[in-house]
Design a protein around this ligand. Sequence first.
Ligand SMILES: C[S@@+](CC[C@H](N)C(=O)[O-])C[C@H]1O[C@@H](n2cnc3c(N)ncnc32)[C@H](O)[C@@H]1O
Length: 280
Amino acid sequence: MHDTITDKRPLSAGDYQAFQSFLQEACGIVLGTGKEYLVSSRLGGLMRHYGIASVGDLLSQLEHGRNPNLKTGIIDAMTTNETFWFRDMAHFNLLQSRIIPELARSGQRIRIWSAACSSGQEPYNISMIVEEFQARNPGQLRGAVEIVATDISNRMLTEAKRGVYCGISASRGMAEEQRRRYFNLKGDCFEVRPEIKRRVSFRSANLTKGYELLGRFDVIFCRNVLIYFSRAQKQDILNRMARILNPRGYLLLGSTESLSAHTDQFEMVSEGGGIIYRLR
Ligand SMILES: C[S@@+](CC[C@H](N)C(=O)[O-])C[C@H]1O[C@@H](n2cnc3c(N)ncnc32)[C@H](O)[C@@H]1O
């Protein structure tokens, strides 16, 4: 195992605290006490790359704005990007059996936001479900379906836009038959087919800052990201999401996340083994 630079210059309590504040301000992520090892291991490569000897020096370089890529690099390194195909399958079943049929009846354009899309599995899965719905119910979707996928991590957005998956990231959660239907072979890897990609547009957005410019949505997927934020941040994000959802719009959270303690603007719908929320 390689030593990180921060192993050689241990992270002082003062620098750890300053880094905690920087990270929370930059992207909302709350680092609890005793996570020094995480900072050291995740930032080691970046600091080696820029020849920075300690987290204190890193913070001082950030403060003086000498390297515009530093902040992006820290966010890329500190965010947890784990995701896989059809994560929380009950949500995708409900999208197909309840949400899309209901929205299709209006005949209007449907807008769906994947608010922390990581490497793209979530928005592409939404697009696959739409594709399947269209194939099974020809003519029912009269308006276009637009999927807006955002993340704070530039590294993840670049991967997601490319839509090429190799090894475990191509297979985790994806059945062989679905992979044949929705991907083209690209060398040893698999590329999402153009008809699935064309509905999805990727953009950078920080959930703790403004995202009202994205417009209004009928459905928001905000899954497995609120867990990293403080209670106050969660509340603020959920209230702002409620403001950009269309009347009676749907909100989907990760299966371990709950809404009840944070806002009363939504009602819970429990159906088919899944829980989703609906604007009152
Ligand atoms: C664990 S992944 C969840 C991916 C996907 N939604 C899922 O459920 O599989 C969390 C994602 O949230 C992103 N993220 C973290 N903080 C964020 C913020 N302040 N604004 C937007 N995205 C953020 C990370 O970059 C990461 O890609």
